[in-house]
Design a protein around this ligand. Structure first.
Ligand SMILES: Cc1cc2nc3c(=O)[nH]c(=O)nc-3n(C[C@H](O)[C@H](O)[C@H](O)COP(=O)(O)O)c2cc1C
Ligand code: SF4
Ligand code: SF4
Length: 253
């Protein structure tokens, strides 16, 4: 069984691709949280988590849902695949620890480098088209390699940690989670055409339209799905995103 969380589609595509190669079931982690009876892991069945890297760690929401998952028997083989634009920092250690806190063991972890989606700070933007396409081409082989490891129940950690992983994950990540994950920064400009695409794109149902304009609630994972799915680039995060690009996997493959 594969469980995924995805904002802009990268992790969903990786989860779907892996599920096909492994001939396994795939579910959205949020559906699992809403309907716990879906989580009917069979004895001996592998359990894989696929999620994006947010600020050099797993999204907080992934850790929270993981903590609540309940199954009668300890899963035989737990692993994760994280998708990132560049590097994972100590994502593997943070996720493995969360798995351990449940009394389970994370046997393997992998990263797949995918198109960049973070745009809300200076210096961060989506990839140029050629880089985006190169990443997507290379990801195909990487997913096949991961599928082979998982099929063989490999016990390994193969993540692209990058430089200064400890500082990024244990110093910067907590600050990011505290100060940079609020939906308060979002607003829609006059370019908005009231199409509701941001409303349907939000995995947490955190957006509603009022007088034809989106209003953001407090339940935000900072996945940026709303920002990237707006057909008019009418969603801004403060003044940080004015000249930034947009990316969704559906538009790129
Ligand atoms: C809030 C946020 C934080 C991110 N932090 C990182 C990061 O620390 N390292 C990295 O390489 N990519 C980072 N990214 C990029 C995503 O991990 C990457 O694009 C991922 O594949 C997106 O997956 P999704 O389409 O399933 O949401 C971040 C993206 C967002 C939205
Ligand atoms: S997706 Fe963009 S144009 Fe459509 S309602 Fe939302 S902000 Fe307006
Ligand atoms: S409001 Fe936007 S950034 Fe926040 S969870 Fe919804 S889609 Fe993601």
């Amino acid at each position: 069984m594969l469980l995924y969380f995805s904002g802009t589609g990268n992790s969903r595509w990786v989860a779907d691709s892996l599920a096909k190669l492994l001939n396994e079931r795939v579910y959205a982690l949020l559906d699992m949280a809403a309907r716990p009876s879906l989580f009917d892991l069979k004895a001996g069945e592998a359990l894989g988590f696929v999620f994006p890297v947010y600020a050099w760690g797993p999204p907080v929401l992934v850790i929270d849902i993981l903590a609540k998952l309940q199954v009668e028997e300890k899963p035989a083989y737990v692993y994760f695949v994280c998708t990132c634009g560049d590097d994972t920092g100590k994502t593997a250690a943070i996720f493995s620890r969360a798995v351990q806190e449940k009394g389970w063991t994370c046997r393997a972890g992998f990263s797949v480098i995918m198109p960049e989606t973070y745009v809300c700070l200076p210096g961060f933007d989506v990839d140029p088209k050629d880089k985006e396409q190169k990443k997507l081409r290379e990801a195909v082989g990487r997913i096949e390699e991961i599928a082979r490891c998982v099929a063989g129940r490999a016990e390994k950690e193969d993540c692209n940690e990058g430089g200064f992983p400890w500082a990024k994950s244990y110093l910067i990540r907590p600050l990011f989670n505290r100060f940079m994950t609020s939906a308060k920064g979002f607003h829609a400009t006059d370019a908005c055409i009231s199409c509701r695409k941001c409303v349907t794109a939000c995995p947490l149902q955190n957006i509603r339209l009022e007088k034809g304009r989106p209003l953001w609630g407090k339940d935000c994972a900072m996945c940026l799905s709303c920002y990237h799915h707006c057909p008019k680039h009418a969603i801004e995060y403060g003044s940080m995103t004015k000249r930034k690009g947009q990316f969704t996997l559906e538009k790129s493959v």
